[in-house]
Design a protein around this ligand. Structure first.
Ligand SMILES: NC(=O)c1ccc[n+]([C@@H]2O[C@H](COP(=O)([O-])OP(=O)(O)OC[C@H]3O[C@@H](n4cnc5c(N)ncnc54)[C@H](OP(=O)(O)O)[C@@H]3O)[C@@H](O)[C@H]2O)c1
Length: 248
């Protein structure tokens, strides 16, 4: 059966990271065309692009420093020019500057908020008009269990991820009748990423995980695809954390 995501244009930020690469590969399997963005690591994004091209997908790979508020508009414009209007936005890029609350200076606070919250907001604001016009759209924010628990990275990180949930709750009901869903996927402790580079087999989690191991990027990608396929799911935070948090 053809996937409901086949032929859609997806913009995935942070496609050079562990989770972004996995989502890009799974979206290519679903038949979506891809605009993949990276910050500093072009080669990693190109790996995902090579896979998608081998599946016959149209792919562009582009650098974007998402701490620059001009970047989201430029990205959405480039994707539209080269692939067509964005149908699926996966706002996945994120930064995690591990610091105790006493040590978070304004520079670190602003840098974290810029990438983790302001950029997803500006991207959503840019893609929504054409999604509404075309009566189809999917916005997925990759947040974190830290938004719900406080987490271990820092106050700035937890606040930035919690901000995504507020943003989602505001937008989702306002665009639902236009065929646009807005959801958040909140993972915890996913290995084989630059953010948490632990080995999947031997990595020791900083807190106990009921399933007994850290998560895999492809498990996050599987959940992302299920959320993107589903037109009846909106305004939701789904946690994916090996059972750490007894909710959602
Ligand atoms: N791994 C976990 O345990 C975990 C848990 C909860 C939530 N998350 C969230 O999952 C998402 C993906 O992270 P990951 O685990 O895959 O980590 P990762 O491997 O470190 O990937 C992070 C991605 O974000 C990009 N990025 C960072 N700063 C950027 C900037 N200023 N401009 C543009 N792109 C930027 C990186 O690009 P370059 O590498 O090209 O610079 C990379 O593609 C993040 O939002 C993260 O907060 C991860």
């Amino acid at each position: 059966m053809t996937s409901p995501l086949a032929g859609r244009v997806a913009l995935i930020t942070g496609a050079s990271g562990g989770i972004g690469k996995a989502i890009a590969r799974r979206l290519a399997d679903e038949g979506a065309d891809l605009c993949l963005t990276y910050g500093r690591n072009a080669d990693d994004a190109e790996q995902a692009a090579d896979y998608a091209r081998a599946q016959g997908r149209r792919v562009i790979v582009t650098a974007a420093d998402l701490s620059d508020p001009q970047a989201p508009g430029a990205l959405v414009g480039q994707a539209a020019d080269e692939l067509g209007p964005v149908d699926l936005l996966v706002a996945n890029a994120g930064t995690a500057d591990i610091k105790g609350w006493q040590k978070i200076d304004l520079e670190s606070w602003n840098a974290t908020l810029a990438v983790n919250l302001t950029a997803p907001w500006l991207l959503a604001q840019q893609v929504l008009p054409t999604m509404i016009e075309r009566r189809y759209g999917r916005i997925l924010f990759i947040s974190s269990v830290a938004a719900l628990t406080g987490g271990v990275v820092g106050a700035h990180y937890a606040a930035s991820k919690a901000g995504l949930h507020g943003l989602m709750h505001h937008l989702a009901p306002r665009v639902a009748a236009d065929g646009v869903t807005v959801n958040s996927l909140a993972p915890a402790l996913v290995g084989e990423t630059k953010m948490f580079p632990a080995d999947l087999e031997t990595g020791t989690p900083p807190i106990p995980i009921p399933v007994g191991r850290i998560g895999r990027p492809d498990e996050v990608a599987d959940m992302a695809i299920a959320m993107l396929r589903n037109g009846y799911l909106t305004n939701k935070v789904y946690t994916l954390d090996g059972g750490i948090l007894p909710r959602d």
